[in-house]
Design a protein around this ligand. Structure first.
Ligand SMILES: NC(=O)c1ccc[n+]([C@@H]2O[C@H](COP(=O)([O-])OP(=O)(O)OC[C@H]3O[C@@H](n4cnc5c(N)ncnc54)[C@H](OP(=O)(O)O)[C@@H]3O)[C@@H](O)[C@H]2O)c1
Length: 235
């Protein structure tokens, strides 16, 4: 097994927490991050082993602070960056502060995490970003989300070349029905999406985790923006 932890930025909740639990369950040491250290430490303490789980606090919307916040992180063998703070925004009612926050978090913040941790990446390291299919299937209020997900695609392309031979990929889920953000919505709100999905149901967190591990572990997969949506984009 390689030295170095699986570092999961935005690992206190949802898909990325499930990914951290999966890696720790396979015996890998993980570091999860959220914005609040106490809360993140409590989440890390609840991740079952046999791998160890540590916590760090970092706010990607404040990129100048990222290097200091991650100074305690050691060698990194798998770097996952999935943090999001959703911005419901439209051009007609454009909220500059909200847009700047998400753009900073997803694009500058994601890049600055890689910049900060680059000297600590192992020789076998790989990187995974989270985008999403609002990129290709916008919804009312997705103006900033759709925009930054396009930026994630570009980030993969440029970093896979610049950081070679380190592999860099992204996963772009469709709507993940059992993720905390969607599971809490009123019944029926996703019926139209399910109807449009050839699979007849939405992708699950476990299926996104499985695809994430494929992108992180397969030695030949590089520069890929993988859509995982049960075929939603076909209709
Ligand atoms: N869920 C879906 O259906 C879906 C669909 C398409 C794409 N995606 C993408 O998949 C990824 C995971 O989604 P999810 O729904 O599983 O996430 P989630 O449950 O909403 O969790 C978001 C994570 O981001 C962290 N975070 C929020 N603001 C942050 C900031 N400013 N700086 C650093 N960390 C911050 C949160 O930590 P704290 O709150 O502890 O600070 C939390 O760990 C996201 O990138 C999302 O855009 C999800």
């Amino acid at each position: 097994m390689s030295d170095g932890a699986v570092v999961i930025v935005g690992g206190t909740s949802g898909i990325c927490l499930r990914l951290a639990e999966t890696y720790a369950g396979r015996g890998r040491d993980v570091v999860v991050t959220g914005r609040d250290l106490e809360r993140t430490a409590a989440v890390a303490a609840g991740i079952p082993g046999p791998g160890a789980a540590a916590a760090a606090a970092v706010d990607l919307a404040e990129p100048e602070s990222i290097a200091g916040c991650l100074s305690g992180v050691g060698a990194v063998d798998r770097l996952v960056i999935g943090a999001v703070d959703r911005d419901e925004n439209t051009i007609a009612g454009y909220d500059l502060a909200a847009a700047l926050k998400l753009v900073t978090l997803k694009l500058v913040g994601y890049a600055e995490v890689v910049h900060t941790l680059l000297p600590r990446l192992t020789g076998s390291a790989s990187i995974l970003f989270f985008g999403g299919l609002a990129l290709r299937r916008p919804y009312p209020g997705s103006t900033t989300v759709s925009t930054v997900n396009g930026g994630v695609t570009g980030l993969v392309h440029t970093l896979a070349v610049e950081l070679a031979p380190i592999r860099v990929n992204a996963i772009h889920p469709g709507i993940v029905g059992d993720s905390p953000y969607w599971a809490g919505k009123p019944a029926g709100v996703l019926d139209a999406v399910v109807d449009r999905t050839p699979l007849g149901r939405l992708a699950s967190m476990d299926e996104i985790v499985d695809a994430s591990i494929f992108l992180l572990e397969n030695g030949a997969v590089n520069g890929v923006n993988l859509e995982v949506d049960g075929g939603w984009m076909l209709r």
